[in-house]
Design a protein around this ligand. Structure first.
Ligand SMILES: [Fe+2]
Length: 197
């Protein structure tokens, strides 16, 4: 392991940052390891649903893959509720933040807004607005809107069936490693965070 010697950033040098850059790139694989560990931890969370949250995430990704979604969308579908490993309130923002450097902007938006799109199917049961997705309409392009709708209506909200032929985490591991292998250093703003932040 190579280490630099500066004790405060204002004394660091370009050469030292080159070392840190190389070391960080060398360890990029741990991102996928952490993501996979967080996904596994969702197996401990059921919170009254018919499936645990890992099964729900796997089933969402299985439905996306079987619908012909590309790798970024399948991995985002797998990770869409990964934020619940930390906190159910705010979980879409956590998942979207983890994914943001690794996926194109519309995939980030799809995950960031997913709870309000999902609300069509359950917000009404506790006094919320089933049309909460409408507040996003003016901010999303037609393509982004359709993507968010397909995700919520065809995959996410249907993925609580313990009897469905859900693919295991191992099936998705190579895709997870591929997507999280390369970060965009300065991700472009997505529709979702342009107006939410
Ligand atoms: Fe979900």
């Amino acid at each position: 392991m190579t280490a630099t010697s500066f004790t405060s950033m204002d004394t660091s040098t370009a050469e030292q940052w080159a070392v840190i850059g190389v070391e960080t790139a060398k360890n990029q694989g741990r991102v996928a390891d952490r993501v996979l560990d967080m996904l596994r931890s969702l197996g401990d969370i059921t919170d009254g649903f018919a499936t645990d949250q890992l099964t729900h995430c796997l089933q969402t990704a299985t439905l996306a893959e079987r619908a012909g979604a590309d790798d970024e969308v399948v991995v985002a579908s797998l990770c869409h509720d990964i934020g619940k490993a930390v906190s159910v309130p705010g979980h879409p923002e956590i998942a979207a933040a983890i994914l943001r450097p690794y996926v194109r902007p519309e995939v980030h938006t799809m995950i960031l807004v997913h709870q309000d799109f999902q609300g069509r199917h359950y917000y009404g049961h506790f006094g919320g607005d089933p049309d909460a997705r409408e507040k996003h309409r003016e901010h999303l392009s037609v393509d982004e809107w359709q993507m968010a709708e397909q995700f919520a209506d065809e995959w996410d909200q249907k993925a609580f069936d313990p009897d469905y032929d859900t693919l295991p985490l191992e099936h998705f591991e190579a895709k997870v490693r591929e997507v999280f292998a390369t970060a965009k250093m300065f991700p472009t703003a997505s529709a979702g965070d342009r107006y939410r932040s």
